[in-house]
Write a new protein. Structure first.
Length: 327
């Protein structure tokens, strides 16, 4: 038997299959994003440019779920998947960062797969090794989130960490949920460290373990300041037990309310429109430093160039990579 090389799948037809929610197509699309050979990068750029713009700009919901190791992010993710599936919504999950001391170095997605139904065609889970050079989320997280956004009603990105990662995930997600441990002071830490602006929703998990969750929640409630601008979003804090399932519907409801607020205030489209620029600038700084961006004429010049580039940030990164690596 001879092995003939399969002709490469046309990016436009792959994009159409992704937009139809075909899980096999989604897997192939994510593999293409993950393939760093030049030809693959060009095809990935074509694929991303062919995704339906109305879905990427106004539809779906990109939810970032973050918090310290072992706090119950994957368990909460699984519970949210069940909730959303119960409402007839499809769900795509990207689990970033494989190396948590709590999961014993197992890939997060594996644990997630253990607790989610693999046979449901309305659920897709992919794990992504964290290769962010500066401790941020992977460079692939944003383009991959776009694939999932085009394919599924709800997209959840799980990342571990307190600090820089939340800021990074905030660059690409519409809504940030921070999961905290009862008693731990994590949540209070978030407030004190001044990254309070980052999460939109705080969930004190493991409420089944005792009064700690309620105490942590009331500490939080006392520390939260209402939104400064009229009609702004005020950080919402609630308690849940992802393992038992209490507080999950409330968490999903609060996530939905935040989405409605984003959509009504115009922030949803604005966030989606500015995410590619934030991603592109972060990649350029990572690879070439501020100096590299300086050589391109500064942030403003990159922004202008992106606004004019019909093929998008992913294609433009390839172009800039070639340009800056030449010298
Ligand atoms: N008692 C209790 N245990 C929970 C709850 N949620 C999760 N756990 C347990 O906490 C441990 C970690 O849960 P995960 O969902 O893997 O936590 P994670 O935040 O995703 O962990 P990493 O991805 O490794 O950072 C597991 O043993 C869970 O069973 C909860 O609501 N109550
Ligand atoms: Mg996890």
């Amino acid at each position: 038997m001879t092995h003939l090389a399969q002709p490469a799948e046309a990016p436009a037809s792959l994009a159409a299959a992704v937009a139809a929610g075909d899980r096999g197509a989604v897997a192939r699309a994510l593999n293409l994003i993950d393939d760093h050979r030049a030809a693959a990068h060009d095809r990935a750029a074509e694929l991303l440019a062919a995704l339906p713009e109305d879905r990427l700009l106004g539809a779906g919901h990109l939810v970032g779920l973050t918090g310290p190791p072992g706090v119950g992010k994957s368990t909460l993710t699984a519970a949210l998947i069940r909730h959303w599936r119960g409402e007839g919504l499809t769900v795509g999950v990207l689990a970033v960062d494989p190396s948590s001391p709590f999961s014993g170095g197992a890939v997060l997605g594996d644990r997630l797969r253990m607790i989610t139904p693999a046979t449901d065609p309305g659920v897709f889970v992919r794990s992504l090794a964290d290769r962010g050079t500066f401790g941020g989320v992977s460079a692939e997280a944003w383009p991959m989130s776009q694939i999932l956004l085009a394919a599924f009603d709800r997209v959840l990105i799980e990342t571990v960490g307190v600090g820089q990662r939340e800021v990074d995930i905030a660059d690409l997600a519409d809504t940030i949920v921070f999961v905290a441990q009862p008693y731990s002071g994590d949540a209070i830490q978030v407030i004190k460290a001044g990254i309070l602006e980052v999460p939109d929703i705080l969930v004190v998990n493991k409420a089944d373990l005792g009064a700690g969750a309620r105490r942590t929640l009331s500490d939080l409630a006392a520390a939260i300041r209402p939104a400064e601008e009229p009609g702004g979003w005020t950080l919402q804090a609630l308690a849940a037990s992802a393992a038992i399932g209490t507080g999950v519907a409330e968490t999903a409801g609060t996530i939905e309310r935040h989405r409605a607020w984003l959509a009504d205030s115009g922030h949803l489209v604005e966030r989606r429109q500015t995410a590619p620029l934030r991603w592109l600038l972060a990649r350029l700084v990572e690879r070439f430093g501020r100096h590299g961006i300086g050589r391109l004429g500064g942030d403003g010049a990159v922004a202008e160039r992106l606004a004019e580039a019909p093929t998008g940030a992913f294609a433009l990164l390839g172009e800039y990579n070639r340009l800056l690596s030449q010298h």
